[in-house]
Design a binder for this molecule. Structure first.
Ligand SMILES: [Zn+2]
Length: 463
């Protein structure tokens, strides 16, 4: 199964690591991921695609953009989610992007574009992993090097491709009994973009050129649809408002959050956004009273427990975070990120009594997301504390492999293999990693020289 993104960590890790740096960062959040998947999967199915083969990624960037890359991946900016007045608007954009996938528009582009996409996919891969590695300095450094993916040229679709994607998108909406009105409204709202200079346009409209003709053609087809007047369900509207409150809480400045969601706003969305803003500004007491009031309303909401656990964990209260993360796992046992959060809190307490459970949760999460580098890293800590050196090295090899650091993966896999039980699954997998990451003689020499230089630099100077 293609995992949602290759690495995982709490929502905030990505944000706290690169605040307002202008760099695009992929973020993970179970609540938003589940919503996007529920909105998109029926459209993919209507397009004859297999949802489990289509990756869905959230870009933590508050401009409007959504795009697809080769290999069937959909990327959605948090800005697109924020700007959608209705679920139907967001679904319209998702249907349009699905139209680009099913029309194989990327496959028809020339070699020049293919090159740009290959680079982008690679840097984004790093970005995903680095953002979620949660390893302080190393993650920051990796992220900085991958931050430029947003400046790479996005493919610009031709007018023919755009209208084909529009028509296909409307077809998928119709097939699922939904209105295309949202897509028309989304485009109309940004119609003025087309008269703006290229540079001032939203990235979305640079790659998906908008024109009056195009909106007209969309409008005509929507009007002919029997589903034109179908409204969003209350449930979908509520999910979108929650996602918006959470995204705003994390990505806007606290001033903006308190302006949009003042304390007089006692709605669920207001309290949700403020919980995040309070804890980001270090006002733990306020954050606690907001989240506790939310939990009073919905004691079984895993995302509220998750947020409570996260804010406690990040305030240095790992022990107190555990019961909340435990609850998320009970409420949603299939969500790997919840298990990883729980294991992380358990490990952080340094209480050996938790090690077995932490290992169990990490293993379960990794069974769903094999390339989750952060989970592998946490697992290496568990093994290390249990005195299982070879397994710890093996987990580091997996982590490095997931991060695309082949040299490190090779080195740790070979070290691990010496200590692992001959013929055990880890031993076999270590051999596999070694085979895939086998460096060339030149690469090996270069690494050895670097290590030698580092040793010499760190050695005490002679008298
Ligand atoms: Zn398009």
């Amino acid at each position: 199964m293609r995992s949602l993104a290759s690495a995982a960590a709490a929502f905030s890790l990505a944000f706290t690591a690169a605040p307002d740096a202008g760099a695009q960062t992929l973020i993970r959040d179970t609540e938003i991921e589940v919503m996007l998947r529920d909105f998109t999967d029926p459209l993919l199915q209507a397009a004859g695609l297999r949802p489990e083969e289509v990756g869905m990624y959230i870009v933590g960037e508050n401009t409007i953009n959504a795009f697809v890359t080769r290999g069937q991946n959909i990327f959605v900016n948090t800005g697109t989610i924020l700007e959608a007045d209705t679920p139907n608007m967001l679904k319209g954009v998702l249907a349009h992007e699905t139209g680009h996938i099913s029309g194989a528009h990327l496959a028809r582009m020339g070699d020049g574009v293919r090159g740009a996409y290959a680079t982008m996919a690679l840097t984004m891969g790093l970005g995903i992993l680095a953002a979620l590695a949660g390893e302080g300095g190393a993650a920051g450094a990796l992220m900085a090097s991958s931050g430029q993916f947003g400046t790479l040229a996005f493919a610009t679709y031709t007018r023919t491709q755009e209208s084909a994607a529009d028509q296909a998108g409307l077809q998928f909406l119709e097939a699922t009994g939904q209105s295309g009105e949202g897509l028309v409204r989304f485009f109309e709202r940004f119609r003025y973009q087309e008269v703006m200079s290229e540079a001032r346009r939203y990235p979305y409209f640079r790659s998906h050129p908008l024109s009056g003709d195009r909106i007209g053609a969309l409008q005509r087809r929507v009007e002919a649809s029997p589903y034109r007047h179908v409204q969003d369900s209350e449930e979908d509207i509520d999910r979108l408002r929650r996602a918006q409150a959470k995204i705003y809480g994390f990505l806007a400045t606290p001033e903006q959050v308190f302006f949009r969601y003042p304390e007089s706003d006692q709605s669920l969305y207001g309290r949700y956004a403020r919980t995040v803003a309070y804890y980001r500004t270090g006002r733990l007491q306020n954050a606690r009273s907001e989240i506790e009031s939310l939990l009073e309303d919905e004691p079984e909401n895993p995302y509220f427990h998750e947020l409570y656990g996260q804010l406690l964990f990040e305030s240095g209260r790992a022990g107190e975070a555990i019961p909340h993360h435990q609850r998320t796992v009970e409420l949603a046992p299939d969500a790997p990120l919840f298990r990883i959060n729980l294991a992380m809190a358990m490990i952080a307490t340094e209480d050996r009594a938790f090690l077995d459970d932490a290992r169990r949760h990490l293993t379960a999460a990794l069974a769903q997301e094999q390339d989750n580098s952060f989970a592998w890293y946490q697992l290496s800590l568990v093994h290390e504390r249990m005195g299982e050196t070879a397994l710890a090295q093996f987990a580091i090899a997996e982590q490095a492999y997931a991060l695309g650091d082949n040299m490190r993966a090779f080195q740790f896999a070979s070290r691990a293999r010496e200590g692992l039980d001959h013929g055990s699954p880890a031993w076999i997998r270590a051999a596999e990693i070694m085979a895939i990451t086998q460096p060339t003689a030149a690469e090996l020499r270069r690494t050895q020289r670097e290590q030698q230089r580092r040793y010499l630099d760190s050695a005490p100077a002679g008298r």
